[in-house]
Design a protein around this ligand. Structure first.
Ligand code: SF4
Ligand code: SF3
Length: 545
């Protein structure tokens, strides 16, 4: 049977090769085709954006639009096919306007690439047909080049996501826009060599570091530096709203708009670390955390007695029982899920008031969050002394995405088995495999430190850099091992940043990306000593000796 689509951007891709009938994530072939056509059009914009800069033309709006559109095609963000035709038309409009400006300024515009010239079909069905022939399978050169090209494209989706978060909080860096355009345009250049591609992929890691630094500044300048904070996992009797995803501004809006309404606000998934921000934790009705990682949402959301808001990834097809209670905003979309475009969350609030809410208090467990770079560095002397005295023997960064595969139990077991004289730093939704475990402390320093969301990877990097500085060595020489889990494209961007920083010996799981060819993997192994995870016992033995 002919393939209906091709997507292999995430860890759960079908058979470890590619989704060809429908996405394991639930993405339909039609939505996949529209994602592909939008991506294709963004490459067209990029060609003119790169040429425009040579003649002094920078289209800021088109650059912001490009990042938003890239974010919309990230795994588990937008499954709503009706949202894409307007985006594709808008992209073509940006492309053609930019072409005319570049032409008027004397720049090069005579591109014959289809991405630079194609005309969108007048309707959704026609666009789907156009997208089918313009997807990832259309790249047909050397397989290793295709592998690196797609690594770049997926890395750019991650960069775009982080840049979009920063932009929402008013922080931008033109260098990011410039590179996103250069990277997208490069994918249309058939004369680039394998070495050029390796350079571009590493440069993507460098730009992602700058992007994450920008996002860190956006978050901390807006909401203050996170402080260690106890977060209840129970609930309060009363009406309830659950906020999921990664967007701090949306959460703040919900908190503001629910003030005095008798509604408690709970976090879900990657929103857990937001409890540590002074600018958010000040709201008395910002109560606790509910549920675990994204892949458990069908069960957990069905049991939540209030309204639910998805601000970014990862949304899954809602079950009938809560279809009417879930809302999306920003770039998130799911067919039939009510979309809030204007950040007036009145409909979410009305729904929360209409639903029963929790009928009694539940004093459940508590977990700690807020160990971002500022909090950890404020006790740096204590940490350094503990390392010098031998009280802390090793640090593990067990970080990254969660997912549905049973093999992800590795991370739970790994953390459970870490010796008592070691510290576990964690970030992103993979932490839900072990976030509520009581690992104790070492001289008052908790053994499990939650650095934040995947969006806070910069914070973990800064902690590692500070430790290396204190011990006058490189990060690779620290008693620090990185045990990473990946799922979507933000994790790809972070991995490229770690390569850019020259970090060696990363253990990656639960499986390696399908878009990495054996030759590219071989280069990564030789250069960065990257390894797949094996078993917790074997890996701990290999690390600790
Ligand atoms: Fe498949 Fe992942 Fe693509 Fe979804 S995002 S279609 S699961 S590869
Ligand atoms: Fe998780 Fe989707 Fe990647 Fe932010 S919420 S880490 S998977």
């Amino acid at each position: 049977m002919a393939d209906k689509m091709f997507c292999y951007q995430c860890e759960q891709t079908a058979g470890g090769i590619g989704c060809t009938r429908a996405g394991v994530c639930g993405k339909s072939p039609e939505t996949a085709a529209l994602h592909d056509l939008l991506m294709h059009t963004l490459k067209g914009i990029a060609l003119y954006a790169v040429e425009g800069r040579k003649v002094g033309i920078v289209d800021h709006e088109a650059a912001v639009f490009t990042n938003e559109s890239l974010f919309a095609t990230l795994t588990n963000v937008n499954f709503d096919e009706d949202r894409f035709p307007p985006l594709i038309n808008k992209a073509v409009e940006y492309r053609d306007k930019l072409r005319d400006r570049v032409k008027a300024a004397g720049g090069k515009v005579d591109f014959s690439d289809d991405a630079a010239t194609f005309k969108p079909a007048p309707d959704k069905a026609g666009m789907i047909a156009q997208g089918v022939t313009r997807g990832f399978k259309a790249d047909s050169d050397d397989q290793d080049i295709v592998s690196l090209k797609h690594t770049l494209l997926f890395g750019l989706r991650g960069v775009a996501a982080y840049a979009d978060h920063a932009h929402i909080l008013g922080k931008e860096n033109d260098e990011i826009y410039k590179f996103v355009a250069e990277g997208l345009a490069a994918t249309l250049n058939p004369s680039l060599t394998l070495n050029d591609w390796i350079g571009l992929v590493l440069k993507c890691g460098e730009i992602n570091l700058k992007t994450m630094e920008l996002l860190d500044a956006a978050n901390t300048e807006t909401y203050g530096h996170p402080v260690p904070t106890k977060v209840p996992l129970g609930h309060k009797a009363g009406k309830a709203i659950l906020v999921s995803g990664h967007d701090l501004k949306d959460l703040e809006e919900i908190l503001k708009q629910t003030e005095g309404k008798g509604i408690f606000v709970y976090t879900h998934g990657e929103m857990l670390p937001t409890h540590g921000y002074p600018g958010l934790k000040k709201y008395p009705h910002f109560y606790g955390h509910y549920g675990t990682a994204w892949q458990n949402q069908k069960k957990e959301f069905a049991e939540f007695p209030g309204a639910i808001l998805m601000t970014t990834n990862c949304i899954q097809k809602p079950a009938e029982s809560y279809y009417n209670n879930i809302f999306s905003t920003g770039l998130v979309g799911y067919p039939g899920v009510k979309y809030i475009a204007d950040k007036n969350f009145g409909p979410v609030i009305d729904k929360a008031l209409e639903l029963p809410g929790f009928t009694s208090d539940l004093n459940g467990k508590e977990v700690m969050c807020g160990f971002a770079r500022n909090a950890v560095m404020s006790v740096a002397d204590k940490v350094i002394d503990a390392v010098k005295s031998g009280a802390i023997k090793h640090f593990f960064l067990v970080a990254g995405c969660d997912g549905a595969k049973p093999g992800r139990n590795y991370y739970t077991e790994f953390v459970e088995k870490t010796p008592k004289d070691t510290i576990v730093l964690t970030l992103a939704c993979g932490k839900f495999r072990f976030f509520d475990k009581d690992l104790g402390d070492i001289g008052g320093i908790p053994r499990l430190l939650d650095v934040g969301q995947c969006n806070d990877a910069y914070s973990a990097i800064q902690i590692a850099v500070a430790l290396a500085k204190a011990f006058n060595c490189s990060v690779n020489e620290l008693p620090l091992s990185m045990i990473l889990s990946w799922y979507e494209q933000k994790a790809v961007a972070i991995l490229l940043t770690l390569f850019h920083l020259g970090i060696k010996g990363i253990r990656l799981g639960p499986s390696l990306p399908a878009f990495i060819t054996p030759n590219v993997l071989d280069t990564l192994v030789k250069t960065f000593d990257i390894k797949p995870i094996s078993t917790p016992d074997e890996d701990l033995k290999a690390i600790l000796g």
